[in-house]
Design a protein around this ligand. Structure first.
Ligand code: COA
Length: 332
């Protein structure tokens, strides 16, 4: 009997309606459309309305993914929710989604693996399926980062980059020769403070003090130059290791989907991998960096646009806070 593999049976996404242009940001902070486009490629991003959390944004994405997979809620065995902006500090967004969408009492848990959330999530889901534990797993990646942004001059190097959005996939079992061929995961915790959200912290009995709010410790902080320097090294490194692992070269790639960190980073990866424009998918221009959600949003759009078809070789790679990075090779 052929061994069990996992494959992406369905994919969907959802972004908030509210478009925030670079010009709108330039009314809140000292920045310009030209600076943002030149340094990041971003033209606009989406911000969720007040009161909307990642679990809410995820619902239409999950509905789309289930429809695309031709499955119902009852077919799902497990929910993995990748987010670093969970609705509440406790509990995780996975069980909030389970309740809101009326899933049965299946397992639901969050993973907090920043922009690498999709890669880490698919790696876990793949293991559950290959081991025969579950047949259909929902991997949800959803973020509301807009409320973690300091939308003033002080936060301008970070605030112009991030946006809100959700993507979801259904990973299912198959005995066909297709699906997830490999996943590679890495971390380097030396760089925690280069991209972090410090407060509220359990290390302080105050949790969130007046002083820490004044310092802006409750906003996401990013050392852009350090992040950039590491990202342009780690992306090609992990893409190459995953290709080598599978005995492939960059010429075998039908579509590369890099986490949407910055268009300049994507362009550098494309150049290093020697890929033509039609083999790399980017949508950061319209959504900014949506952290864990960026890769599944890209996959969903790419599939709808006919840029991913059955048997295509799709490579996804991500880099983010931690630092964490990794890649996956998928025979669609
Ligand atoms: N608008 C206008 N000027 C800005 C600005 C903004 N939004 N943000 C920073 N600046 C200014 C700085 O204050 C600095 O001014 P100075 O020269 O007078 O001191 C100048 O622009 C250059 O700042 P610097 O931080 O060196 O810019 P950069 O070329 O490194 O670009 C980033 C900044 C954030 C765009 C870039 O570092 C980057 O993209 N990093 C990676 C980010 C990323 O991918 N994050 C996601 C990880 S998953």
């Amino acid at each position: 009997m052929n061994k069990i593999r996992s494959y992406i049976k369905g994919v969907g996404h959802n972004v908030p309606d509210r478009v925030v242009t670079n010009d709108e940001l330039s009314k809140l902070m000292d920045t310009t459309d030209q600076w943002i486009v030149e340094r990041t490629g971003i033209k606009e991003r989406r911000f969720a309305d007040e009161g909307v959390g990642p679990s809410d944004l995820a619902i239409p994405a999950v509905e789309n993914a289930l429809q695309d997979a031709n499955l119902s809620k009852d077919d799902i065995d497990l929910i993995i929710f990748a987010t670093i902006s969970s609705d509440y500090y406790i509990p995780g967004a996975g069980c909030i989604l389970q309740d809101k969408m009326g899933f049965g009492n299946i397992g639901a848990f969050d993973i907090k693996t920043s922009c690498a959330g999709f890669i880490y999530g698919i790696s876990m889901a793949d293991q559950y399926i290959k081991s025969g534990t579950f047949d259909n797993i929902l991997l949800v990646c959803s973020e509301v980062q807009s409320t973690t942004m300091d939308l003033s001059d002080r936060g301008r190097n970070t605030a112009v980059i991030f946006g809100d959005g959700a993507g979801a996939i259904v990973l299912s079992s198959t005995t066909e020769d297709r699906g997830i061929l490999s996943t590679h995961l890495h971390s380097d915790g030396k760089n925690v403070k280069e991209l972090w959200l410090k407060e509220p912290s359990t290390k302080s009995s105050n949790r969130l003090s007046k002083e820490s709010i004044e310092r802006g410790d409750h906003f996401l902080f990013m050392n852009g130059r350090e992040v950039f320097r590491h990202a342009v090294k780690r992306f090609p490194e992990t893409i190459n290791e995953s290709l080598e692992f599978n005995g492939l070269t960059s010429e075998d790639i039908d579509l590369l989907v890099p986490h949407q960190a910055n268009l300049r980073i994507s362009d550098m990866i494309q150049k290093k991998m020697g890929l033509p424009d039609n083999k790399v998918f980017n949508n950061i221009q319209k959504y900014g960096n949506t952290t864990a959600a960026s890769i599944p949003i890209c996959l969903s759009e790419a599939k709808k646009e006919g840029r991913i078809n059955n048997n295509d070789l799709v490579v996804c790679a991500a880099f983010g806070a931690g630092f964490l990075w990794g890649s996956t090779v998928i025979k669609w």
